[in-house]
Design a protein around this ligand. Structure first.
Ligand SMILES: Cc1cc2nc3c(=O)[nH]c(=O)nc-3n(C[C@H](O)[C@H](O)[C@H](O)COP(=O)(O)O)c2cc1C
Ligand SMILES: Nc1ncnc2c1ncn2[C@@H]1O[C@H](COP(=O)(O)OP(=O)(O)OP(=O)(O)O)[C@@H](O)[C@H]1O
Ligand SMILES: [Mg+2]
Length: 473
């Protein structure tokens, strides 16, 4: 079936593992319970949309690949329950009903609260297990496992949570890899959807535009830190006026919003680093530079100098970061494959760029190790050259990837300064308020400092305390 095929053909190994584990849970549940004894709790949210497709694939595989029309199961006999509410977003309602029609779901629409609705449903039907799209990190996931009996006081049934261990990233990697439809609200900056009374777009996805008074938001899949997916949930207990919502996640304050808006990653390409022959010095300097302009650095990684390793990492990082810096593996050697990896990540070919070739000629003359100057091949259609008078060769920008040609700290300093200057005339790298860092040293043990530090964190939610083995920052 098409979902199973899409995942098998994807080169996201992490997603494949998560998919296989979820399918395993579904298949074990279908082996344990008859089809009349299971139900699927579907509400049109992103997690339950993932589960819908996993269940369809799991059921199809459970049936041994039979019962298929046009590459998918022709029927989906698992009873689907939707707790309808007048405070649900109309977009959620219409997506749920559209999905029901598109996938032939047999819907039970329940208009009472969860508990009494389930009591009535279980009285009238032999249901013993219910599939839910609950994930670790959801407030309701606490204490749950893949198979968890319902709580005391609830009617007796098994809660089956096939995507319990999926992260926010996994959810979006799945929905995008399978190219399935999801509720339109997620393209408008909503990252987790409750009711119309408690959910707003996630401020971390806001795009400020001075020309328009209307606030715009980037799509949910661009949220780089999945821990903040519930930042768009308005605190039910807030006593505010409603004009400046406070958020249910205590970690978020207005100041933190400002500073964690933009996230970058750095990819160092080089077998020599992985072999331990050379140390990566550029990554730490980039972290310092980005930190100094208020950006949050989510990761620095080192990858092998081969096209697939580079492509995989670029694809992963570009979808979860605002900007990605990549260096190493750029040059005339046959082993310099970084640009080929960037091209592959975006599904374009490497094509000769005359303008770039001209620059290279001015630097290296007519010397060329092969017929064509391979260094002048750039990812086609997605490349922008960033010119600066201090740079003999322009920097290369492919979508949100900045390719740095620097090979040492001095060159990186120069390229960074040029980027910052270029930012004044374009929007490559927004310069924000810097983070303020303080280094505190103490002889006290971790055990002695743990309690006062936790207290500080609670009192000042936008304070980040990081401890290292011999110092506390
Ligand atoms: C099918 C189904 C089964 C549930 N089972 C339980 C349960 O066993 N114990 C429980 O405390 N809550 C149960 N709940 C309620 C949820 O944990 C949670 O309160 C509900 O999804 C509302 O979440 P929200 O406040 O984020 O909208 C169940 C909900 C559904 C839809
Ligand atoms: N109104 C509802 N009707 C049926 N099932 C529901 C309802 N609300 C929640 N559920 C079940 O609980 C699960 C967890 O809900 P939750 O809101 O965390 O996820 P979601 O709605 O799928 O995605 P999102 O986090 O983006 O809102 C859902 O995936 C679904 O299985
Ligand atoms: Mg939801």
């Amino acid at each position: 079936m098409e979902i199973d095929k899409a995942i098998r053909e994807s080169d996201d190994r992490w997603l494949k593992t998560k998919y296989n584990k979820a399918i395993y849970v579904i298949q074990r549940a279908l082996a344990l319970y008859s089809i009349e004894e299971v139900a699927f709790s579907f509400n049109g949210g992103k997690d339950s949309t993932v589960l819908l497709h996993l269940l369809r694939a799991g059921y199809f595989l459970h049936k041994g690949g039979q019962n298929c029309a046009n590459g998918g199961p022709s029927d989906f006999p698992i009873r689907t329950i939707y707790f309808e509410s007048s405070s649900a977003f109309p977009e959620i309602n219409s997506f749920t009903y559209d999905a029901a029609a598109n996938y032939g779901l047999q819907m039970d629409i329940i208009s009472t609260d969860f508990k009494s609705g389930l009591e009535a449903l279980l009285k009238a039907n032999p249901i013993r297990a219910i599939f839910l799209g609950v994930r670790i990190g959801d407030p309701t996931a606490v204490g749950q496992e893949q198979f968890s009996p319902s709580s005391v006081g609830w009617p007796p049934f098994m809660r089956v949570n096939p995507i319990l261990d999926w992260s926010y990233r996994d959810v979006w990697a799945f929905l995008l890899a399978c190219k399935v439809q999801y509720c339109s609200l997620y393209d408008q900056g909503y990252t987790s959807i409750g009711s119309i009374h408690d959910t707003v777009p996630n401020a971390l996805l806001s795009v400020s535009n001075s020309l328009s008074s209307e606030e715009k938001f980037r799509p949910a899949y661009l949220l780089s830190d999945g821990r903040l997916e519930r930042a768009g949930r308005v605190n039910k207990f807030s006593s505010g006026s409603g004009h400046s919502p406070s958020f249910s996640n205590g970690l978020i304050s207005a100041d933190l919003h400002k500073n964690s808006l933009l996230t970058a990653s750095a990819i160092a390409v080089g077998d020599e680093i992985l072999l331990g022959i050379v140390e990566d010095q550029l990554g730490p300097l980039l972290c310092k530079k980005l930190h100094s302009i208020g950006w949050s650095m989510s990761q620095t990684v080192v990858v092998r100098n081969d096209v697939d390793s580079v492509a995989e990492e670029v694809e992963r990082k570009s979808s979860t970061n605002d900007l990605v810096f990549i260096y190493g593996g750029i040059g005339p050697l046959h082993s310099d494959l970084t640009l080929a990896g960037v091209a592959k990540a975006f599904g374009v070919r490497l094509a000769p760029d005359e303008e770039f070739e001209e620059y290279l000629r001015s630097v290296i003359g007519d010397y060329c190790p092969s017929d064509r100057n391979e260094m002048a091949l750039l990812p086609e259609g997605i490349t922008e050259l960033l010119h600066h008078e201090k740079l003999a060769v322009p920097l290369i920008k492919c979508k949100n990837i900045i390719v740095l040609t620097a090979t040492n700290l001095m060159e990186l300093e120069t390229q960074w300064d040029c980027l910052i200057e270029l930012t004044r005339s374009s929007d490559i790298l927004a310069v924000m308020e810097p983070y303020v860092s303080r280094l505190l040293k103490t002889d006290l043990s971790d055990v002695a400092t743990a309690k006062p530090l936790s207290k500080l964190c609670l009192e000042f939610p936008d304070l980040h305390i990081k401890a290292t083995c011999d110092k506390k920052i």
